[in-house]
Design a binder for this molecule. Structure first.
Ligand code: BTX
Length: 329
């Protein structure tokens, strides 16, 4: 189905959908109910954004090249009518996409609203740790979900997202990422993705879950700050190839939609199975480092609540709700 032209973004989508065939300026103007000059102005704006649009006399406009950007039109092209995403809000540079998503959710943004930025200047992880979010190199994105569930089930969405991103990375970049409980994806022991789940809730009902995903995509080794050099990696470093960020973002969103629906229809069991299949933690001897104590033992699985179970040397099984997991040997 062709999208209706009404602004610069929808014009871009239409040019993308035409598959290299010229689209007549008059037709675009008629459809949008604006003058041909207004259409030409949108084209000029696209060129200022880095797109190459050729104007062929008597035939119309052709999109010849797109910049490496997470533009909503490009992500939508790859989403290919997938029903999950409702709106994509794109920024060049923000402090963090999280507070923007919180505000949008409070103001009534629907399930499937996405906030994405080329760069974050104050990206953050858990416990207010900084998250390095270099311009044009990764996917710095917050997704608003509004499932009808009680608040205690919200942490399961971190696990749903981890499974979704693993699959998206496999599909788009042909890289095998493993999940480190609860919220990191690793390749070769280095962190390629972090997930931050935040909640807006009444005592018995979730208002909104905000899922922040930070995926290192096209960084090269020297692009990471020194303190991350030994612990972070990117899909480009691992695969040796530049990865199309918009295609990956679309795949992440499609899979978050798919696994959220699976979870809401069938419960946590299928997610648990997928999570354990992709886990880097299960079966390993680990230290679970918490504020007040460290539990050492073998990680044996996760519960329905997403709690990590560790069997200690004396055979006791301990449930871990929140901790940093480090290898014990
Ligand atoms: P986390 O607390 O598990 O991880 C934060 C830690 O990860 C930092 O202390 C640092 O050691 C390391 N780190 C920082 N930046 C990177 C990076 N780019 N790659 C690998 N390791 C890094 C993880 O928290 C959750 C991160 C969520 C980020 C998303 S991006 C979109 C959204 N907006 C926002 O501000 N945060 C989320």
């Amino acid at each position: 189905m062709e999208s209706k032209v009404k602004d610069k973004e929808s014009l871009l989508r239409r040019l993308m959908e035409s598959g290299g065939e010229p689209v007549s300026g008059q037709m675009l103007a008629d459809e949008a109910g604006v003058s041909r000059t207004a259409v030409w102005k949108w084209v000029r704006e696209l060129e200022e954004d880095g797109y190459t649009v050729r104007s062929i006399r008597k035939k119309g406009y052709v999109l010849e090249a797109s910049p490496d950007r997470l533009s909503p039109a490009l992500i939508r092209k790859y989403l290919n009518d997938d029903p999950f995403v409702s709106e994509i809000i794109h920024f060049e540079s923000v402090g963090s996409t999280m507070p923007i998503a919180h505000r949008e959710a409070q103001n009534g943004a629907p399930n499937g609203t996405v906030i994405v930025a080329e760069e974050q200047t104050e990206g953050r992880g858990r416990l207010a740790r900084p998250w390095s979010s270099a311009a044009g190199k990764g996917i710095w994105m917050s997704v608003i979900l509004k499932p009808d569930i009680p608040p205690h089930r919200a942490p399961q969405f971190t696990l749903i997202t981890a499974v979704a991103i693993c699959r998206a990375i496999r599909e788009t970049a042909d890289v095998e990422a493993r999940i480190k409980w609860p919220n990191d994806l690793l390749v070769g022991g280095c962190k390629v993705t972090g997930i931050l789940t935040e909640l807006q809730a009444d005592p018995d009902r979730v208002q909104a879950i905000i899922i922040g995903t930070g995926i290192n995509v096209n960084q090269e080794p020297g692009d990471f700050p020194e303190e991350l050099a030994d612990i972070a990696t990117s899909l480009r470093i691992e695969s040796g190839q530049t990865v199309d960020r918009a295609a990956l973002a679309a795949s992440v969103l499609r899979n978050i939609g798919r696994y959220s629906s699976l979870y809401l229809e069938e419960g946590f069991a299928p997610i648990k199975a997928l999570w354990e299949e992709n886990s880097d933690t299960i079966g390993r001897k680990v230290n679970a480092v918490m504020m007040r104590e460290t539990v050492t033992g073998t990680a044996i699985g996760i519960t329905e609540e997403g709690v990590l179970e560790i069997r200690t040397d004396d055979g006791t099984v301990r449930g871990i709700y929140s901790a940093d997991i480090v290898p014990a040997e």
